[in-house]
Design a protein around this ligand. Sequence first.
Ligand code: NI
Length: 156
Amino acid sequence: MAIRNIREEGDEILRKKSREVSVFDEKLSVLIDDMYDTMYQANGVGLAAVQVGILKRVVVVDTREEGEKLELVNPEIISKQGSREVLEGCLSVPGVHGYVVRPEKVTLKAQDRHGEWHEYSAEGLLAQAFCHETEHLDGGLFVDKVTEYIDNEDYE
Ligand code: NI
């Protein structure tokens, strides 16, 4: 396990589309474990592989609520319900926070490191993380959809 370097806005890799994972091997497991370490070290709620420079459709999330630590390989949002405005940030855009509109509820399917499919229904922060992280896999950043930035000293 190791901490990997987090790519920041301006690094063109963040704008690239990540590729589907088809091989579920030890290398994938190491990547996922490193992503957890890197996310916790940075005190983040989610991290996509592209943020550590790997263009694979792999995400880790952990809201710190029970049952909400998840590894998502080839994640796909199946349905969204409702909308709400939430404050958001990103480990690849340090020091920046702004409001974005996100669904209230999200259902997502994804594989785990062994290739098994799972379906997850989420609301609140986990639903927000599902949307934010899957957007990373298609080259998106939350700043693309910010409606209003807040001054950093107002955060928390
Ligand atoms: Ni992010």
